[in-house]
Design a protein around this ligand. Structure first.
Ligand code: ATP
Ligand code: MG
Length: 255
């Protein structure tokens, strides 16, 4: 398995946002994290990316604890995320946005590049080519030279995902990627997630849109008030009484 959480707990003041959470994310699979607003989903992403430290418990990546590692170190090690409230560079072009993701894992640091201009140019060219391929794949190639601010919302989401992919992540964390997308855009996104999985990218997906979750996830973890209340395949989760209760009250069914 790629990622393992065991007994992870995080408090904010007196509130346990995440309580004794344990699960595993298998390599090359899509794991979905679902649960009502405030259930602790984004907090878990903040813990997995090193933006927050757990009060208790262990988070291990490829069998090694991530304790003490900062977000930039985990990003350089291949843990990349997108944000619930879209974070793209509006004044940069679409292509520049995607290229920015690749520099996270570029081999030449800035200082070294000063002494090796040739090496830097070569790397820059590779990054540009790779970013253009990602724009092709996400259907954004024609927008490459436009300021990112001019794109419609659904395409901005795709820019953020392409930027995350430009760093060649071993673990990609997507925080509500379908939020604000229409059903056509969500279907494009679901296809793309499935394509990435087929190529071996491990993903954790936080998503409220059940159609996207059911069509993309191999396994689902359900959180409520910071705790895991159920985990299983999409079919198991759809029929799980605790989940139905947490989402809809009794005697209902998830669409
Ligand atoms: N930095 C913070 N400081 C204080 N409280 C926080 C902080 N981050 C999250 N919380 C609280 O922790 C709980 C879990 O929040 P979190 O954002 O993880 O939920 P979520 O499952 O992502 O919800 P949503 O579906 O609305 O995005 C909430 O009660 C929230 O108010
Ligand atoms: Mg959230």
């Amino acid at each position: 398995m790629l990622l393992q959480l065991d007994g992870v707990t995080k408090h904010f003041g007196g509130i346990a946002a995440v309580r004794n959470v344990g699960f595993e994310a298998d390599e090359g699979k899509v794991l979905a994290l679902i649960g009502p607003n405030g259930a602790g989903k984004t907090t878990l992403f903040n813990l997995i990316t090193g933006a927050l430290e757990p009060d208790q418990g262990v988070i291990a990546l490829k069998g090694q604890t991530i304790k003490g590692l900062k977000p930039f170190q985990l990003a350089a090690g291949g843990v990349t995320r997108t944000f619930q409230n879209l974070q793209i560079f509006n004044s940069m072009t679409v292509l520049e946005n995607v290229m920015a993701g690749a520099y996270l894992r570029g081999k030449k640091g800035f200082l070294r590049s000063l002494f090796s201009y040739h090496g830097w140019c070569k790397e820059e060219k590779m990054i540009r080519e790779k970013s253009l391929v990602l724009l092709e794949e996400t259907g954004l190639a024609e927008t490459a030279g436009r300021p990112a601010s001019t794109l419609p919302f659904g395409q901005k989401r795709l820019v953020e995902i392409a930027r995350a992919l430009a760093s060649d992540p071993c673990l990609l964390l997507l925080d509500e990627p379908a939020a604000g997308l229409n059903s056509e855009e969500s279907a494009v996104l679901t296809n793309y997630i499935n394509k990435l999985r087929d190529r071996g990218t491990t993903m954790i997906l936080i998503e409220h849109d059940m159609e996207t979750v059911m069509n993309a996830a191999d396994k689902i973890i359900v959180l409520n008030f910071g705790e895991v209340i159920a985990q299983g395949t999409p079919a198991e989760i759809q029929a799980h009484p605790e989940v139905i209760k947490a989402y809809l009250g009794e005697d209902e069914k998830i669409a």
